[in-house]
Design a protein around this ligand. Structure first.
Ligand code: AMP
Length: 227
């Protein structure tokens, strides 16, 4: 039996990346962020990276075929468990994920839908800083590093993502409503959806995640899927 298999869902700025790291420490499974994968790809300065960066910088979704290809390459060990952060974002991606899992005869344990009011999202996005090296996430007010501009973990430089600029944030929130939010119903119909209030600090939200997952996780002697 592998570890937990979760999808983290919610609007940009809701805190999926921060919570994913906390869940990763607790359940010891990889954190798979398509956004982080694309940011790495962009750094490589290849043609693929250039194409992806054009979508990202405008706050638009990278085309499904590219996203699904990249994800497939990064989920070779998915039987061991995973936390998906930022994927799926469209119906086509959700269906591709389903068929990948079906092919391996495994299933998701839960889809956690993080919820927070629009003003909280805007405030979090505008203050967010990320480490260029280890990708740890900070917030200038709510989760500041010990030394301004420097990552506590690896000493790397903290920067503001290009797509966290106000004009791009507006597009990203609109894209979320238009293209991604419909997946909430998709997963509710599959009886996988767990909604969690993410408007408080990360520790409080994490406690809610653990409560929401009670009964959803496959534990020894209580396998609800593939065992
Ligand atoms: P994130 O770090 O999850 O906010 O993603 C940053 C950007 O990467 C998004 O605004 C998209 O341009 C792109 N991206 C990440 N994941 C996906 C996805 N599943 N589908 C399409 N585009 C994505």
């Amino acid at each position: 039996m592998g570890g937990v298999r979760l999808v983290l869902f919610g609007a940009p700025g809701v805190g999926k990346g921060t919570l994913a790291e906390m869940i990763k420490s607790e359940y010891k499974v990889p954190h798979i962020s398509t956004g982080d994968m694309f940011r790495e790809l962009v750094k490589e300065r290849t043609e693929a990276g250039r194409i992806v960066s054009e979508y990202m910088n405008e706050g638009k979704l990278v085309p499904d075929d590219i996203v699904i290809g990249v994800l497939r390459d990064n989920m070779k060990d998915d039987e061991k468990g995973f936390i998906l952060d930022g994927f799926p974002r469209t119906r086509k991606q959700a269906e591709a994920l389903q068929s990948m899992l079906d092919g391996k005869r495994i299933s998701l344990d839960a889809v956690i839908n993080f919820e927070a009011p629009a003003e909280v999202l805007a405030e979090r996005l505008s203050g967010r800083r990320q480490c260029r090296d280890c990708r740890a996430i900070y917030h200038i007010k709510n989760m500041p590093p010990k030394k301004s501009g420097i990552c506590d973990i690896c000493g790397g430089e903290l920067y503001q993502r290009d797509d966290d600029r106000r004009e791009v944030v507006v597009v990203r929130l609109k894209v979320y409503e238009e293209e991604t939010a419909e997946l909430i119903d998709y997963y509710r119909r599959k009886d996988l959806l767990k909604s969690v209030d993410a408007s408080n600090d990360p520790e409080t939200t994490f406690k809610e995640v653990k409560t929401a997952l009670i009964g959803s996780l496959r534990v020894a002697g209580n396998s609800n899927s593939d065992g």
